[in-house]
Each structure stands twice: as structure tokens, then as C-alpha cells.
Design a protein around this ligand. Structure first.
Ligand SMILES: [Zn+2]
Length: 110
């Protein structure tokens, strides 16, 4: 009989551990979705379970590094577009954007 009890005890422990791990991984995923530290929330959800998940779920979206990178890239590409060279309408030679006169024929822009 004690064998059965120890088996049930092990199954109970396994279920509790599986549940805690499921919460931890849910916290990990939720944190990365919210742009927060997934590792920190993994441990928080592992030890505090549902309350930590609710706290994370209710917390506002943090500006993630990825979003910052995307914004930065967009700004970079915009500034790149601004610095695109222009072709001289007179001699059709390429000129850098910061110059207002054609380098080869002296044509004035504007
Ligand atoms: Zn020119």
C-alpha cells in the first residue's frame, strides 16, 4: 500500500512541477511579447505562479528593443533616402545630395 502512496505522491509532485513550468514558460512568452525581460519573468512565474502572470498580463507594453531597432532602422533608411544623390538635369551626372551645384558642369539646383 505504501508503494501506491509513494507513486501517487510522485505523480502529484510531477503535476505540480509541470504546472509551475507551464506557468514559467507562459510568463517567459508573455514577457517577450510585452518587451520585458523573459528570463526574469520566467523565474517570477515559476515561484509566484498565477499572481505573477496576472501582474505581467496587466502591465503595460514596454517598448521592446526590437521595436526600438525597427524605428532606428526606419529613421536610418529615411535619412538614407534624403542623402540619395541627384542627377544633373543638364549633363545627367550624379551629384551628392549635400551639393547644390553640379560637380561636372556647374549647374545650380533650384
Ligand atoms: Zn551637370
Amino acid at each position: 500500500m505504501s508503494d501506491l502512496y509513494s507513486k501517487m505522491y510522485l505523480i502529484f509532485i510531477a503535476i505540480v512541477l509541470a504546472f509551475a513550468l507551464a506557468q514559467a514558460f507562459l510568463g517567459y512568452w508573455l514577457a517577450s511579447e510585452k518587451g520585458r525581460s523573459p528570463k526574469a519573468w520566467f523565474w517570477l512565474c515559476l515561484f509566484f505562479g498565477i499572481p505573477a502572470l496576472i501582474t505581467l498580463g496587466l502591465s503595460p507594453q514596454a517598448v521592446s528593443l526590437n521595436v526600438k531597432k525597427i524605428v532606428q532602422k526606419k529613421e536610418e533608411s529615411l535619412s538614407h533616402d534624403m542623402s540619395v544623390s541627384w542627377n544633373c538635369p543638364k549633363c545627367n551626372k550624379e551629384n551628392p545630395n549635400d551639393s547644390y551645384t553640379c560637380k561636372s558642369c556647374g549647374y545650380k539646383l533650384q
